[in-house]
Design a protein around this ligand. Structure first.
Ligand SMILES: *Cc1c(COP(=O)(O)O)cnc(C)c1O
Length: 823
């Protein structure tokens, strides 16, 4: 018997959807809203993954395979329906079936729910990796939090960002399966007491803690054209069952019911800041919540096949996506040592052999450090265990590097000072067997600049896995027209193995292919023009160059540098309206962390510039600026296929990898970028002739820093730059509020220009002029754009996952057998 999806007809799929409409939603077709139809259709599609889901889980259990457990506080998975239909290979019958529901594909896809359980790149990476793990038939579990409110919805009010709650669950989410039978208790607070254990002396016992619960919700992750259906298990918090109200609040029943709600708050909301760390108690509890439930769920599953822990590390990898789930290391130690009474050294061996850690940033403000006071209060036993880990670790360091006090201070888990803090990155390095960065440059900087002491203590522990993206979502689904053009010329093999895309290179110089490529690009731009009009009211021309910068708003990502370039062009036009200029549409999309005031000023600046420039008669429509609200996965899927230019202009050394850069290049946008993150590897793959690299490199900036960087020197040298900065200083866009952008002016001048905007400005302007020169030669441009597409095969997340498998995880491909009788 084969997978039943293979035999399904459109009629049967429609019947299933109507069945769900009636029996899951209690409606008939006449009463059904379009949302009802989306829900029941999604349920019908989900049904088709259920046999694979069951068979996959059963096979992992029966074969007792080694698995990877991916722990991440964020999963930016975006909409699922279209991707799931594609993965199941039922696109044709899905289209047919929708007719029976009286709804178009566009209508139903518009209502699909955007799951925004992440901030940006880190969460999107986790989503791409789950897709690749399932498609490559690898035994994997994703663990995360089912935030009731994901990343906020962004609106603009007079150009300022306003945050609105994301209500993605309000009407129901069709892809999840609730699993109350796997509910776990979670403990926080309380104290540790010394108790006597017969035959073992005293033991530390954690007591008087408060208990709440974690309920798992499973989202099936469907592999493309394989039987494998893995799961993403998301935890929701709730008050513990049988919660004793009288214990909580003597006599006041109503207050007690109210107060027990603190447990519901744990999974209430995603913290909306990217690359910053705030030290908030609720966030700590969230991190422990994920760590603790996931570790104990993994143990529960392991125990189905094993009666002791001798094979735990052989059967399980736990991969930490950044330091956010670090407490999983401590939790596993606590369970092994305190609950299972395994001697410390053995427990530690198992723990280190199980964990691996991915570092995502070198930015100081992102490094998680929890105060000892807070940890002691929330997780008293865990704090003790951390001290013990540190004590034993430092003893070993002292043994191998006697008298090296400086080394000891740097590698210690505890940062001394007025408020002692625990360094979570150090804990990850000590508690893992492998540590990886996410691009070649980043991994090297991690070893040589950020953690050289650890590289000395643990030679061989540090490695690199360059990030990747799933081409199924970011090319095949987002850009079916370009996919079709590729397949027409080189066949379909590239869809299964993106390395095969290289064969498209031979067509880069063919006029007919270039023409078709540019026609497709224009068509995607026409479609985006419609979206731009709907979202902003602005009318932009598909015949202008679409210059795109889409990513979280951060000073290191330097959206302000792009704005400075636009001011430069605008000043040129104002000085001489007849000046020749390449018509351009500058497209931004970015959310700023709600408390990141200077980033919010950049949003206000760009929106203000848009209003002035888009309506200026001297500009005459040659420059347009649009800031699209509410950047998310779905919006990215619309913008990326329409991009001519991809702006990747971070301060060198600060963008760990970037993945937006990969999505854009894969869709034939030419990169304007600094020598940073994965831009470097993109340059090496597409060829340095097919990318625009500018600006100071990491080592140049380090040298500038050593000599005493002086931003004023750049201003003194350049009248052009003075003009740009005056526009900021005096707000030439709205003289009624002259001080509006002083903070931005100060950032790059008075405050020392920490991110080297002025050091890179001149080269950036020159580089953009080179871009315009090339765009004036359409065949040259088309050829380079096609070469970008053809040479991006290496950046598939399938390749990244293979690197993890070969270098770190050592998993076995486990094709799922569906020939068994499934009843
Ligand atoms: C890919 C992606 C990102 C990451 O973009 P970078 O340019 O690498 O920072 C962020 N948000 C969304 C919605 C994405 O799809």
């Amino acid at each position: 018997m084969s997978h039943f999806k293979d035999n399904m007809t459109a009629e049967q799929l429609a019947e299933r959807a109507l069945f769900h409409l009636k029996y899951s939603r209690g409606k008939d077709l006449r009463a059904a809203t379009t949302f009802d139809k989306m829900m029941c259709f999604s349920h019908a599609v989900r049904d088709m993954a259920v046999d694979g889901f069951i068979a996959t889980q059963r096979q992992y259990l029966d074969q007792d395979v080694r698995r990877v457990n991916y722990l991440s506080m964020e999963y930016l998975i975006g909409k699922m329906l279209s991707n799931n239909v594609y993965a199941l290979g039922i696109e044709k019958i899905a289209c047919e079936a929708l007719k029976a529901l009286n709804i178009t594909t566009e209508e139903i896809l518009a209502l699909d729910v955007e799951a925004g359980l992440g901030n940006g790149g880190l969460g999107r990476l986790a989503a791409c990796y789950l897709d690749s793990l399932a498609t490559k038939e690898l035994p994997a579990y994703g663990y995360g939090i089912r935030y009731e409110h994901g990343i906020f919805r962004q609106e603009f009010d007079h150009g300022w960002q306003k945050e609105r709650p994301d209500e993605w669950l309000a009407l129901g989410y069709p892809w999840e399966l609730i699993r109350p039978e796997y509910t776990l208790p979670v403990c926080v607070y309380g104290r540790v007491k010394k108790n006597f254990r017969p035959g073992q002396g005293t033991a530390d016992v954690w007591e008087d803690f408060q208990v709440f619960e974690a309920v798992p919700y499973d989202v099936p992750i469907i592999g493309y054209q394989v039987n494998t259906v893995n799961m993403l298990r998301l935890w929701k918090s709730q008050p513990a069952e049988g919660f004793r109200l009288d214990v909580f609040n003597q006599g006041d029943y109503v207050r007690a019911v109210e107060e027990k709600n603190w447990a519901e708050n744990v999974s209430k909301v995603l913290y909306p800041s990217d690359y910053t760390y705030a030290g908030k108690e609720l966030r700590l509890i969230q991190e422990y919540f994920l760590a603790s439930c996931s570790v104990r769920d993994i143990i529960r599953r392991y125990k189905k096949n094993h009666s002791d822990y001798s094979k735990f590390a052989e059967k399980n990898v736990i991969q930490l996506n950044d330091t956010h789930p670090t407490l999983a290391i401590v939790e596993l130690m606590r369970v092994l040592h305190d609950e299972e009474q395994i001697p410390w050294d053995d427990a530690w061996d198992i723990t280190v052999s199980t964990f691996c850690y991915t570092n995502h940033t070198l930015l100081a403000e992102a490094l998680e450090k929890w105060t000892v006071d807070l940890l002691q209060r929330v997780l008293p036993r865990h704090m003790q265990i951390i001290f013990e880990i540190n004590h034993r670790f430092l003893q070993k360091v002292e043994l191998n590097h006697p008298g090296d006090g400086d080394l000891m201070r740097k590698v210690s888990l505890i940062e001394e000072g007025q408020h002692k803090q625990v360094r979570m990155a150090n804990l990850c390095v000590i508690g893992s067997n492998k540590v990886n960065g996410v691009s070649a440059l980043h991994s090297n900087l991690l070893k040589t600049n950020t953690m050289p002491e650890f590289n000395k203590v643990y030679p061989g522990k540090f490695t690199n896995v360059t990030n990747g993206i799933t081409h199924r979502r970011w090319l095949i689904k987002a850009n079916p027209e370009l996919s079709e053009l590729i397949s027409e010329n080189i066949g379909e093999d590239w869809k299964l193995d993106l390395a095969e895309l290289n064969a498209f290179e031979a067509y880069a110089s063919k006029r007919a292919v270039q023409k078709k490529f540019m026609e497709i690009k224009r068509q995607k731009k026409v479609e985006l023009c419609q979206t731009i009009k709907e979202l902003t009211g602005y009318i932009v021309s598909p015949d202008s160059v679409f210059d795109v910068q889409i990513k979280r708003l951060h000073m290191y990502k330097r959206q302000l540098l792009k704005a400075m370039h636009i001011i430069h062009l605008y000043n040129k036009i104002k000085a001489d309206p007849k000046t020749k200029i390449q018509p351009k549409t500058f497209i931004f999309a970015a959310k700023a962390a709600p408390a990141y005031l200077i980033a919010k000023s950049v949003i206000k600046l760009i929106n203000t510039m848009a209003e002035v420039i888009n309506n200026d008669v001297d500009v005459a429509g040659r420059l347009k600026v649009v800031f699209l609200p509410d950047y998310n996965v779905s919006l990215a899927e619309k913008i990326i296929p329409a991009a001519d230019i991809s702006e990747q202009i971070s301060t060198a050394g600060l963008e760990a990898s970037g993945t937006g850069n990969m999505k854009l290049s894969l869709n034939g946008a030419l990169t304007v970028g600094t020598w940073d993150g994965a831009n470097i590897e993109i340059a090496q793959n597409v060829g340095e002739d097919n990318i625009f690299i500018f600006g100071n490199r990491t080592e140049d900036l380090a040298e500038l820093g050593r000599k005493g960087y002086n931003p004023w020197a750049y201003m003194d040298k350049s009248e052009d730059l003075q003009g740009v900065l005056e526009a900021l200083r005096d707000n030439s866009f709205d003289p009624s509020e002259p001080d509006l952008f002083k903070d931005l002016y100060n950032e790059v001048t008075e405050h020392g220009d920490f991110y080297y905007y002025l050091a890179d400005y001149e080269d950036y302007i020159k580089c953009n002029e080179e871009v315009d020169k090339l765009y004036a030669k359409p065949t040259k441009w088309a050829e380079k754009a096609i070469l970008n597409v053809a040479r991006m095969g290496w950046f598939s997340s399938d390749r990244s996952i293979q690197d993890y498998v070969d270098d770190i995880w050592h998993l076995k491909k486990t094709p799922v057998d569906m020939t068994d009788d499934i009843s």
